[in-house]
Design a protein around this ligand. Structure first.
Ligand SMILES: [Zn+2]
Ligand SMILES: [Zn+2]
Length: 173
């Protein structure tokens, strides 16, 4: 994910970077998602532009994210165009103190680090409530079974009746 500017040269370089599980785990330590078999790959170019460098590319692949209804892995497609400028930090600039804009990042110690834009695009690709399939039946709130695997009979009991049933029981106590 890191490139020395002196290795890029005038003509730029073609990139084909595969995202690894180890990298994903290091960049998103709290994440509950992983890569699918397809994986995620960045294809693009890194070339000199003006005072700095420009990354243009496409991040493509697939994640596995816990389904919001049944918690089984749900595939989530990643397809994000990337266009990020990297500029040299001026002497005396503290990279930590600067809040770079989204599409402009600093070159630090002659090194261009693609980690942040890739991580950001991966996190953006994950929907609020991913589902393993549109008709996922989810986990039964009554008996806790995954209803995709083991349909249970809990639904057959109308909720109204069970509510009154619970009330009746309370009165008996
Ligand atoms: Zn599901
Ligand atoms: Zn049930």
């Amino acid at each position: 994910m890191r490139y020395k500017t002196r290795d890029i040269g005038e003509g730029g370089i073609d990139l084909r970077v595969a995202v690894s599980e180890a990298w994903l785990a290091a960049e998103c330590p709290d994440a509950s998602f992983g890569l699918s078999k397809t994986g995620i790959c960045l294809e693009g170019r890194l070339e000199p532009a003006g005072q700095g460098y420009l990354l243009r590319g496409m991040l493509r692949g697939e994640l596995l994210v816990p389904c919001a209804r049944c918690l089984e892995p749900a595939p989530v497609k990643v397809e994000a165009p990337l266009a990020v400028s990297f500029v040299e930090s001026k002497q005396g600039d503290d990279p930590e103190a600067l809040e770079p804009q989204d599409d402009v990042l600093l070159i630090e110690h002659g090194t261009i680090d693609l980690s942040r834009p890739i991580r950001d695009e991966i996190l953006l690709a994950i929907p609020m409530s991913p589902v393993c399939r549109p008709d996922c039946a989810g986990i039964c709130p009554t008996c806790g079974r995954n209803r995709n695997v083991t349909p249970c009979g809990c639904d057959r009991q109308a909720p109204e009746i069970s509510k009154f049933g619970a009330l009746a029981k309370m009165k008996l106590q």
